[in-house]
Design a protein. Structure first.
Length: 281
């Protein structure tokens, strides 16, 4: 199957500024691909570069090397005009739904806005907004309300509806469930899966939590300090990880069983001690 998104040897370095003249290399030769209708889980700790990679795909960060191709077309340094056209096919769901939704607009207007920007008639755009709300499980009276009137999980459903408005082929999901409680997390992830089955949309699902990746992703790519250290089928990577950092992430995942949690903490200490011994001079 032809890849929908291809990232090849992508590099991004921020130049030094002020009294700190040293540059910061954030992405160090990242290569990955996503097929139509597939979910690739991009996992790593804070500072690993996973969000920067997502921003580069969206055109919000400028790579200093490598290439990004969408449906075979190079979009690495796409112009603002081309990016506007690409918005039909590539959308985003951010981590905090409250800050990504305009608090001054009613929900129907928030959902209609991207449609109108792409040339849809305002009346038709509002009709589509109501359909989208129903599709993501929001009550019918949501349209005339404001973002502040909803819970975090409901606001994230609105953000997902907005991302779906233009019927994209790819959605970049940047930590979309990390700010939600566990019950709401499960419901929102189930919504992502259901919508993917209905529409065939592909996801680049960015998260720090391998348990989330295990639930939603077909494949997983593990990032560490700007590099991909392991990629593969989700079931294989989460059951028999080959890289010590992936094992560390798995052991860091919380469990409700206190005995199992103590075992994980001990195993993690032993793993880190072994890593330190290998890198010691």
């Amino acid at each position: 199957m032809t890849a929908l998104l291809e990232v090849e040897d992508l590099r991004l370095t921020y130049p030094g500024r002020g009294f700190r003249r040293r540059s910061a290399e954030i992405l160090k030769g990242i290569s990955l691909s996503i097929s139509p209708g597939e979910t690739l889980g991009l996992v790593g700790e804070s500072g690993s570069g996973k969000t920067t990679l997502g921003r580069a795909v969206l055109g919000l960060a400028a790579p200093t090397g490598g290439a990004i191709r969408f449906e075979g077309r190079d979009i690495t340094h796409a112009s603002p005009r081309d990016r506007r056209a690409l918005a039909r096919d590539i959308q985003v769901v951010f981590q905090d739904p409250y800050t990504s939704l305009n608090p001054a607009l009613q929900i129907a207007d928030i959902l209609a806005e991207p449609l109108i920007a792409q040339g849809t008639n305002p009346i038709e755009a509002r009709r589509t907004a109501l359909t989208l709300l129903d599709r993501v499980g929001m009550p019918s009276n949501s349209a005339e309300r404001y973002p502040r009137e909803f819970s975090g999980g409901q606001r994230q459903r609105v953000a997902i509806a907005r991302a779906l408005a233009l019927r994209p082929k790819l959605i970049v999901c940047d930590e979309p469930v990390s700010a939600l409680d566990l019950t709401t997390q499960a419901r929102v992830m189930d919504l992502f899966i259901e919508l993917q089955r209905e529409t065939g949309v592909a996801y680049l699902f960015i998260t720090h939590d391998l348990s989330v990746v295990r639930h939603i992703s077909h494949r997983v790519a593990v990032m560490y300090r700007g590099e991909l250290v392991e990629t593969g089928d989700t079931a294989v990577v989460t059951s028999t990880p080959s890289h010590s950092y992936t094992r560390d992430l798995l052991l860091a995942a919380p469990t409700p069983d206190p005995d199992r949690q103590r075992e994980r903490r001990e195993a993690r200490r032993e793993l880190r001690a072994a890593q330190a011994a290998r890198t010691a001079p």
